[in-house]
Design a protein around this ligand. Structure first.
Ligand SMILES: Nc1nc2c(ncn2[C@@H]2O[C@H](COP(=O)(O)OP(=O)(O)OP(=O)(O)O)[C@@H](O)[C@H]2O)c(=O)[nH]1
Length: 596
């Protein structure tokens, strides 16, 4: 155990975690030069395409230290985006130390601070790393001062590194050995292993990743999952290198995986404790805090008959994404589906993408909203996760909406534009602190509903990227909210209804109608798009009729070409949903919110 070091790599988004992790993997020859590719740990196509880490990735490396001794490092690369911070918090539970990376050209940003706090809460040893020092725009002294101020370390504690040129890799290795404490479990005690992640494998069933706090686990042991109270045989256990490497035994301090032949995702829960059946531990390890979804949206299959398959896919996806929550719901327009909770819009987008890529489930996502509390005149309090649940206005006393406190770190020249944006979003400035002459931290209180959709994108564009943003839930406050309904040819589409502030209903309604006008294909009849509050129509657009003959342009006798075009058209239809008489493309449901 004295030769084990468990640590995670944490940072603000794009500060270079994945690139630096690549260098560490190379240095320890965990991955051969031949197999090396950029962002080696980001194994999802989606991560590589977008250049962001979505999942935490655990990997074991063997490192021969300068003193000749070999150490085992279990390193976890974590995502930087705020929507995936639940991944970070779970990874931290499997570690004794954290490399805190700060981009030398960007300095401390909002998620640097929030991820650092997560690590401090769990008593991890923090190793500050000033990264990307090769860049011309690196501000070594200034950012070092920021780091010293933030974590109260000495200048000598900060390691200078570059994932690009490889500077500092040896220093990081040395610091990991010398500064991060080894795990402190009791190998002789009854087994206690914390499940921090899991994944569904088509051939092998559920694979759970764990860290052993106490005791040991052998292949073939009968193990018990404490919370679900289920017993299984440990068919295979092992460690996580670039592939899974089976082992006969794992001991306290080790990070590894277990395969028990569980096929149903319901039988396993991230945060559960594994123990031995003949010698159970007295109590479970404290699991993780329940995730608090920020945004809710309905997810519906394009074809109603795919409902059960969709449930199965969501359950499997949930194994690998513990921050996804869902329950069945029905919509008049879309039939049976699920109301899902997400940590933010990027999370929602990623789930939709993963359902399509990993499970071949094409789905329709309804207009996302946050959850509200409605109080009736009779004094009842109701949680409203979908606009259709809102009681009739005549029965309503008031509606309360969630507020967040937000931190924005930026350059002083952008204070004005950021203030304007936040006011527009019904926000209130609560604090303004100069961290240095060049960096200012603004604190706002804002309604969550105003920031979930396009706030982050707008903030980035008005500050040319020089602003970082982080938020945490604050409280619920009474607000003048109305239900905005959308109608296609007079037919209300519940999936497109939303709750909005009364002052914004008209402009929001107009924007949605005009956006839908662009997104809906012309059909053989006229389509009226209307937005209404109660019986009052507040916006309207019309799409004129069109007879669309896709084969018109292939005159002549090329029948195969004609057939291909017709098939293509049929496929296009599959991604459409019929609402009343109108075909609505899948994309329209999400894109309707991308209001410029
Ligand atoms: N010059 C320079 N560029 C770097 C260095 N490390 C990373 N980059 C670049 O910075 C960008 C972000 O790097 P990533 O390693 O993907 O960042 P990340 O922190 O893993 O990003 P997320 O996991 O999505 O939060 C990429 O374009 C890298 O090529 C470095 O040391 N020097």
């Amino acid at each position: 155990m004295k030769k084990i070091r468990n640590f995670c790599v944490i940072a603000h988004i794009d500060h270079g975690k994945s690139t630096l992790s690549d260098r560490l993997l190379e240095f320890t020859q965990t991955i051969s030069e031949r197999n090396m590719k950029d962002q080696a740990l980001d194994d999802m196509d989606l991560e590589r395409e977008r250049g962001i880490t979505i999942k935490s990735h655990a990997i074991q490396m063997d490192y021969k230290h300068l003193d000749g001794e070999t150490y085992t490092f279990n390193m976890i690369d974590t995502p930087g985006h705020v929507d995936f911070s639940y991944e970070v918090s779970r990874s931290i539970a499997a570690c004794e130390g954290a490399l805190l990376l700060v981009d030398a050209s960007q300095g401390i940003q909002a998620q640097t601070i929030s991820n650092l706090y997560l690590a401090i809460e769990h008593d991890l040893e923090i190793i500050p790393v000033l990264n990307k020092v090769d860049m011309e725009s690196a501000m070594i002294e200034e950012v070092s001062d920021q780091i010293i101020d933030l974590i109260g370390c000495d200048l000598e504690d900060i390691i200078h590194a570059s994932g690009k040129t490889g500077i500092g890799i040896q220093d990081i290795m040395t610091a990991a050995v010398e500064r991060i404490p080894h795990p402190r479990g009791d190998e002789e005690a009854p087994l206690q292993a914390l499940i921090f992640d899991s994944i569904f494998n088509q051939y092998r069933g559920v694979i759970a990743y764990f860290k052993i706090e106490n005791g040991s686990m052998k292949k073939g042991d009968m193990v018990r999952f404490v919370n679900t109270k289920m017993d299984y045989e440990a068919d295979e256990i092992g460690v996580l290198k670039m592939d899974m490497i089976p082992k006969k035994e794992l001991r306290a301090g080790d990070v590894g995986y277990i395969i028990t032949g569980i096929k149903s995702s319901k039988e396993i829960k991230v945060g559960d404790t594994i123990t031995q059946v003949d010698r159970p531990c007295e109590k479970a390890i404290d699991g993780f805090e329940d995730v608090k979804p920020m945004v809710f949206a309905g997810i519906f299959p394009i074809e109603n008959e795919d409902f059960e398959d969709l449930r199965d896919s969501l359950e499997k996806l949930q194994l690998n994404d513990a921050s996804l929550v869902f329950e069945p719901e029905t919509s008049v327009a879309l039939g049976f589906g699920f109301r899902c909770g997400f940590l933010g819009m990027l999370h929602l987008e990623i789930i939709q993408e993963r359902l399509s890529r990993e499970f071949e489930q094409e789905v329709i996502t309804t207009i996302p909203n946050v959850s509200y509390f409605a109080y009736t005149k009779k004094g009842e309090k109701m949680l409203i996760n979908t606009p259709t649940d809102l009681p009739d206005p005549t029965l309503l006393d008031r509606v309360e909406e969630p507020y967040i406190s937000a931190q924005i770190i930026t350059k002083p020249e952008y204070i004005g534009t950021i203030m304007t944006l936040c006011m527009e979003k019904r926000g209130e400035l609560t604090k303004q602190i100069y961290l240095t002459t060049e960096r200012v931290e603004l604190s706002f209180e804002l309604p969550l509903a105003e920031i979930v959709f396009d706030f982050y994108d707008k903030l980035k564009s008005i500050t040319r990227g020089y602003a970082s943003f982080d938020y945490a839930p604050k409280d619920y406050r009474a607000s003048d909210l109305v239900k905005l309904d959308l109608k296609l040819n007079g037919e209300p589409v519940d999936a497109l209804s939303s709750l909005v502030h009364r002052d914004k209903a008209a402009s929001f309604g107009r924007k949605i109608c005009s956006k839908l006008k662009d997104l809906l294909p012309r059909q053989q009849f006229m389509i009226a798009i209307q937005a209404a509050v109660g019986a009052k129509i507040i916006a309207r657009e019309t799409i004129s009729a069109l007879r669309k003959d896709v084969t018109a342009k292939c005159y002549g006798g090329d029948i195969t070409r004609k057939r291909k075009l017709l098939e293509k058209q049929k496929k296009g239809k599959k991604k459409m949903r019929q609402i009343g008489s109108v075909n609505v493309p899948q994309k329209a449901f999400l894109d309707v919110l991308k209001l410029d």
